[in-house]
Ligand binder design. Structure first.
Ligand code: IPE
Ligand code: MG
Length: 222
């Protein structure tokens, strides 16, 4: 979800206003997914590297996260959205963790759209966390070194319960992966649009899915 800052700057507003509007675009995006029958949506809300931003901006983002969860959980529950999260969640401020756990609990039985919030997330960090678990299992004899293959390894990732993404959408015209789901995007189709994230609508979601449906996925075959 990129471009909140630039969106605000263009209007002569503080970056925080861009983040605030960006949170509203999340609702549009989820509605787009619900309309289209998309079953899994992962939102890159806060990366491990975002901690480098000025303290006030980090506080704004954490505050928005709490507020978003507080305001939208009931609506998400009603619409069949299940909230999940990936990242080093245990490093988040306590109140954020609590709000997040509350949303996860409240929506746990929903099945229509699983919305996975990537918070304090790093793709490299996820792979390292997985390797540590693999090593521990090998040490304890729960896993034989020879058994390890991509299928087994993916069970150690934060995303083990979900399929790899079919489509990755990036706003602001950027063409970078930026440490997002590094393992999982092996065969993911990319879609980049020029718009900044706060302007993203359910119609953009439809256009992205439409473009995706025209792609030919060969997975290295012919
Ligand atoms: C994305 O917008 C929001 C988050 C990182 C959470 P940016 O803050 O990256 O906006 P730009 O890229 O500076 O415009
Ligand atoms: Mg950015």
């Amino acid at each position: 979800m990129d471009g909140n800052g630039r969106w605000a700057k263009e209007r002569g507003w503080p970056r925080s206003r861009g983040h605030f509007e960006g949170a509203k675009a999340v609702r549009e995006c989820m509605q787009g997914c619900l309309d289209l029958g998309v079953e899994f949506l992962t939102l890159y809300a806060f990366s491990k590297d975002n901690w480098q931003r000025p303290k006030e901006e980090v506080e704004t983002l954490m505050g928005l996260l709490k507020r978003f969860l507080k305001e939208y959980t009931r609506e998400m529950k009603q619409h069949g959205v299940r909230v999940q999260a990936i990242g080093r969640l245990w490093e988040l401020p306590k109140d954020c963790q609590e709000q997040l756990q509350g949303a996860i609990r409240t929506t746990a039985h929903n099945t229509r759209l699983t919305t996975i919030l990537a918070i304090n997330y790093s793709g490299r960090g996820e792979i390292i966390d997985a390797i540590k678990q693999v090593l521990a299992d090998v040490e304890d004899g729960r896993l034989q070194k020879e058994q390890l293959d991509p299928e087994i390894f993916q069970r150690y990732l934060y995303t083990s319960r979900w399929p790899d993404p079919d489509l990755l959408i990036r706003t602001s015209g950027e063409m970078r992966v930026s440490d997002f789901l590094l393992w999982q995007v092996s065969y993911t189709e990319f879609f980049s649009l020029q718009k900044y994230w706060p302007d993203f609508t359910r119609e953009d979601m439809r256009l992205a899915v439409e473009a995706y449906m025209k792609r030919q996925r060969r997975y290295g075959g012919v």
